[in-house]
Write a protein that binds this ligand. Structure first.
Ligand code: GDP
Ligand code: MG
Length: 177
């Protein structure tokens, strides 16, 4: 019990979406391996990483999918969304455009994914407060209107990354239990 051969009670697929360079891959690296790189290369090929954790005495394997540098409009294929029970919609708080594109990503997500998918809006790079271009209140209001969870994170400083993933995973867990 509790060793590597422990049985997995649930596998939850969660997809990361949002414009290029907002920090999706670094958020995943932080969550899956507690790593961060300042000069991360654009992701090549669809890939996912997993981390197994315990929620309410059950072992949950989080399978987190990262886009393959396919962030151009409509380039993310439906296979990417297939079977996803959670999604993180990421923008960069220092780049207004990445926030302005969120409604497009949300529409794409809603047209491809299951209607009960759990979604969190994430404003990443909160460590760059002096370069902020998206007020927290704007994002909070948008999230509320759309019925999304919302958090600001810093993959660099490891602020709220765990919290953001756990918010999604716990909500998924609660909906299947
Ligand atoms: P992706 O294209 O969305 O996967 O973005 P990446 O994860 O590749 O990150 C793009 C760039 O932003 C890289 O240079 C990262 O080091 C940097 N970056 C990612 N997260 C943060 C963060 O929280 N703070 C800061 N200052 N830089 C970050
Ligand atoms: Mg990437």
């Amino acid at each position: 019990y509790g060793d590597a051969s422990q049985k997995i009670d649930y596998v939850f697929k969660v997809v990361l979406i949002g414009d290029s360079a907002v920090g999706k891959s670094q958020m995943l690296a932080r969550f899956a391996r507690n790593e961060f790189s300042l000069d991360s290369k654009a992701t090549i090929g669809v890939e996912f990483q997993t981390r197994t954790l315990v929620i309410d005495h059950k072992s949950v394997k989080a399978q987190i999918w990262d886009t393959a540098g396919q962030e151009r409009y409509r380039a993310v294929t439906s296979a990417y969304y297939r079977g996803a029970v959670g999604a993180m919609l990421v923008y960069d708080i220092t780049k207004r455009q990445t926030f302005d594109h969120i409604p497009c990503w949300l529409e794409e997500l809603r047209s491809h994914a299951d209607k009960n998918i759990v979604i969190i809006l994430v404003g990443n790079k909160s460590d760059l407060e002096d370069q902020r271009a998206v007020p927290t209140e704007d994002a909070k209001e948008f999230a509320q209107t759309e019925g999304l969870f919302f958090l600001e994170t810093s993959a660099l400083q490891s602020t709220n990354v765990e919290n953001a993933f756990m918010t999604v995973l716990t909500e998924i867990f609660n909906t299947v239990n």
